[in-house]
Ligand binder design. Structure first.
Ligand SMILES: *[C@@H]1O[C@H](CO)[C@@H](O)[C@H](O)[C@H]1NC(C)=O
Ligand SMILES: *[C@@H]1O[C@H](CO)[C@@H](O)[C@H](O)[C@H]1NC(C)=O
Ligand SMILES: *[C@@H]1O[C@H](CO)[C@@H](O)[C@H](O)[C@H]1NC(C)=O
Ligand SMILES: *[C@@H]1O[C@H](CO)[C@@H](O)[C@H](O)[C@H]1NC(C)=O
Ligand SMILES: *[C@@H]1O[C@H](CO)[C@@H](O)[C@H](O)[C@H]1NC(C)=O
Ligand SMILES: *[C@@H]1O[C@H](CO)[C@@H](O)[C@H](O)[C@H]1NC(C)=O
Ligand SMILES: *[C@@H]1O[C@H](CO)[C@@H](O)[C@H](O)[C@H]1NC(C)=O
Length: 764
């Protein structure tokens, strides 16, 4: 239903400093040995930090983590030390017996983490898993327990306001080509570049440069010191931003930058054909140390905590997925220069996200996937998805919908296979055939005994008769599906029936019109499909639902602003609640699991003339200020049998001193103990209404304890406490997670691990 988001590249202004000269005037001596920036005006090298000599042939051994000393050895950064033997900076750790160094000043775990990730001697468990090695599942600890809400995640694009990864290059654009002396933003010579399979150039002609964009057109981007990392050898520069270079090493650059609406451009000027630059990462302030082990942005994770399922339709770029046919060999990998593009994100990241959050994945198989792709995809999911989750698998998305390539594909296939001579029937006949085949392949991989595989079937919800015919065509194959999946959008007819008056309509009028719409049209659609599902012995699910208040082209700016304002207005809290309550009344209450799942569309996204789909408008938006988010959370709370919004006790154990947060009676306290929990001296108590406090970590260098308050309505409060002057300092969510990710922070013990600090406390 929803329309395609098309974003045109706005006119790019400013800063093409090097490329503006007529041509590359000079080569530099020995190409600066790839250890420095070659200035094409002067032909002089500017050596990267850690290198010296005119042609940068001298290497102090810093490896991107230090600066040259007078004797041409390296003054290594903290966490690194000079190795006399190797003549270079090496990792510096003091690890206990049985642990080794896994990163600079970070020790490994003495035992492998089963359902979690090791960091500095401790496992950080995936949602729901407890114990020192994260081997025990305790569903009571899950914040999405018993939630019948799922969510459609946003796509991976360079202009997405949903910041998913701490490495923002993962959501960067494709390369554009730029030519020396030519001011065109893109000379469209991409096809002439010899690209590696990971999307980096194997070599670059002298007169061409490549550029890619990230964090474009966003109103809220983290500010501070970004880390740019790459492997291989080359020469990059930044575009479209003002920045201050803090460190300029080989393969590691630190910049202090404020990113504006233009976003950040990274321009690749040279690459060494013998060792091409690749694995470019652009890491948000604070996350350099942990980005490899913890690729997802914590604020993104926090916003998703209570959904029991994620639909990866846009994340894996289902609509108009390429290439056709889709083979396993051509799939996106984690090494690719971007996770964006019409071939979708890497499956590995979808699995990791679901594992980490304990949210079942909903996968949409690309419309042109061959059998081998489907089989290998299923096999990889089986091998790496945590065992407690369901797996939803759907063939493509909205194959009935003419705005999507998959619709034309299915129609062409259906006609050429002779399934029907009428195009509109050939389409659903091919859909039925291929989605059934797809389901059988998944079943063959998982085996008949696996009962967590959910195979939804879907056609055009808004057109009941068409859907009836399509379903009828399935015949007995219907028994091989698990669920009927529908949409649950409300348009309120605002941009059809009420188009002439919508500009001047009051919010009260909108509320009244939409309330009627939901009470009548939406309710009757849910009832109808509940009946259809029952008749066919299927569960009823929603694959997409929420508001659908959007204009069709041509767009009018005054209408757009009215519709986005409606989406931000408090009436949206009531309307979303109405929608969810009717779904509850008609579907959830009369369903057994997995029936009743409601997939909101979508988690996060900018509001524009193309729609206001996001529950949040940007990652990090304060939840309590967003009517849509409040409605969704309140519904989950009302449904939830789970009052455990956060653990009762959390401890940071430093040996001779421990910090903790816990409940005494109904009040939450944090405090410290120097006798292993015999006595706790509590810090002043805070915020009456905060029902739980969580000690997330302790920075041993700044003596700061990190404490998060979690209200049952999922409002969060963030504090740091300087333990020498124990007062709660309020932090923004952005700052809190940035500081918490510092390498010096010792993280809290995993849930269920108390090291007897719980002696006098009720932690269970
Ligand atoms: C709630 O979750 C628990 C634990 O996962 C499960 O045993 C129980 O059946 C669920 N209850 C409902 C009503 O879904
Ligand atoms: C710049 O590149 C564009 C696109 O390739 C081309 O059409 C144009 O003629 C070029 N301009 C100059 C001044 O070379
Ligand atoms: C980064 O720049 C901002 C604003 O110019 C400044 O306040 C801040 O101190 C700088 N940070 C570092 C680490 O240089
Ligand atoms: C729509 O529902 C409302 C109740 O919410 C009811 O009063 C109204 O009569 C209904 N309208 C139609 C056309 O059925
Ligand atoms: C949650 O509760 C707190 C404290 O009662 C309140 O300040 C906040 O507005 C509530 N947030 C939501 C989203 O309802
Ligand atoms: C705890 O032990 C560390 C060394 O393990 C020491 O540096 C620190 O001063 C001790 N702290 C207290 C409060 O005794
Ligand atoms: C610490 O706790 C123990 C036993 O719980 C008690 O006997 C002792 O007096 C306490 N010490 C202090 C300093 O409060």
């Amino acid at each position: 239903m929803r329309q395609l988001l098309v974003l045109f590249l706005m006119c790019l202004t400013g800063g093409l400093p090097w490329l503006s000269i007529a041509q590359r005037l000079h080569h530099c001596p020995n190409d600066c040995h790839w250890n420095g920036h070659c200035n094409p005006h002067s032909g002089l090298c500017t050596c990267y930090d850690g290198f010296y000599n005119k042609d940068c042939s001298g290497d102090c051994g810093c490896g991107g983590h230090g600066v040259c000393k007078a004797d041409h050895t390296c003054q290594c950064d903290e966490g690194w030390k000079w190795s006399v033997l190797d003549r270079k900076c090496v990792w510096d750790c003091q690890c206990p017996n049985g642990q080794s160094c896994m990163a600079p000043s970070v020790c490994s775990c003495s035992r492998a983490c089963q359902y979690g990730t090791c960091w500095d001697g401790q496992c950080e468990c995936w949602e729901g898993y407890t114990g020192e090695t994260c081997g025990l599942l305790n569903t009571n600890t899950m914040s999405n327990r018993n939630s019948s809400l799922g969510v459609n995640l946003g796509g991976l694009t360079y202009y997405s306001s949903e910041i998913k990864f701490v490495d923002v290059a993962k959501e960067s654009s494709n390369w554009v080509t730029q030519r020396w002396g030519n001011h065109s933003w893109d000379t469209h010579e991409h096809a002439t570049i010899n690209m590696r399979s990971d999307g980096y150039p194997a070599s670059l002609p002298d007169d061409l440069a490549l550029e890619k964009l990230m964090l474009r057109s966003l109103s809220h981007t983290p500010t501070g010191v970004y880390t740019i990392l790459y492997d291989g050898e080359g020469d990059i520069e930044l575009n479209l931003v003002h920045y201050q270079k803090i460190y300029s090493g080989k393969g590691r650059i630190l910049i202090n930058v404020t990113i504006g609406q233009s976003g950040l451009g990274i321009r690749l000027l040279r690459t060494n054909p013998a060792n091409p630059l690749h694995n470019l990462r652009v890491i948000l302030p604070g996350f350099e140390a942990r980005h490899e082990q913890f690729p997802f942005y914590p604020l993104f994770l926090e916003s998703l905590a209570r959904y029991s399922e994620f639909r990866y339709m846009d994340f894996l770029h289902t609509n108009a997925h390429t290439p056709e046919p889709t083979t396993w060999k051509a799939r996106k990998t984690t090494a690719d220069h971007t996770q964006g593009g019409s071939d979708g994100g890497a499956l590995e990241y979808a699995i990791l996200l679901s594992n980490q959050m304990g949210a079942s994945p909903w996968f949409n198989m690309p419309h042109a996937a061959d059998d081998d792709f489907i089989m290998k995809f299923a096999t990889q999911v089986k091998q790496s998805l945590r065992p407690d989750l369901r797996v939803y698998v759907e063939y493509s998305n909205e194959v009935w919908n003419g705005i999507f390539r998959q619709n034309h594909y299915a129609t062409e296939k259906g006609l050429s296979l002779g399934l029907d001579t009428a195009a509109w029937k050939a389409g659903f006949k091919y859909y039925n055939k291929r989605s059934h085949e797809m389901g059988q392949i998944w079943k063959s991989v998982y085996g008949a005994s696996f009962d967590k595989l959910v195979l939804p079937w879907a056609w055009q919800t808004g057109y009941e008769e068409y859907t009836r015919q399509a379903l009828e065509d399935l015949g007995t194959r219907v028994h091989d599906f698990t669920a009927l999946a529908i949409t649950g959008y409300f348009t309120c007819d605002l941009t059809s029936k009420y188009m002439s008056s919508v500009r001047t309509m009051s919010y009260d009028e909108v509320l009244s019109i939409c309330t009627d719409y939901i009470q009548n049209k939406t309710r009757s659609s849910f009832s109808h499909y509940m009946g259809v599902a029952k008749d066919h012995d299927l569960h009823l699910l929603m694959y997409e639902g929420g508001q659908h208040i959007v204009e069709k082209a041509p767009y009018h700016t005054d209408v757009t602003s009215k519709l986005t304002n409606i989406n931000r207005n408090v009436i949206m809290e009531t309307l979303n609640s109405n929608l969810l309550n009717i779904w509850n009344e008609i579907v959830i209450k009369h369903s057994t699991s997995p029936g009743g799942l409601f997939n909101y569309f979508a988690s996060c996204g900018k509001y524009s003339q193309y729609g206001s789909w996001g529950i949040l408008e940007y990652t990090g938006q304060p939840f309590s200020t967003v009517p849509k988010y409040r409605a969704v959370q309140a519904f989950i709370t009302s449904q939830s049998l789970n009052t455990e919004v956060a653990p009762k006790c959390s401890f940071v154990d430093l040996g001779n001193i421990s910090y903790g947060c816990f409940l005494v009676g109904n009040r939450a306290y944090c405090g410290s103990s120097t006798d292993r929990g015999q006595n706790w001296s509590s810090f002043q108590s805070i915020h009456d209404s905060v029902s739980r406090l969580v000690a997330d970590g302790f920075n041993s260098a700044s003596n700061t304890l990190f404490v998060r308050g979690v209200h049952p309505n999922m409002t969060f409060y963030y504090y740091t406490i300087n333990i020498h002057n124990p007062r709660y300092t309020v932090e923004t969510n952005f700052d809190y997670y940035e500081k918490l990710s510092d390498v010096k922070v010792i993280r809290r013990l995993p849930n269920g691990v108390f090291k007897s600090l719980n002696l006098h406390l009720n932690c269970q």
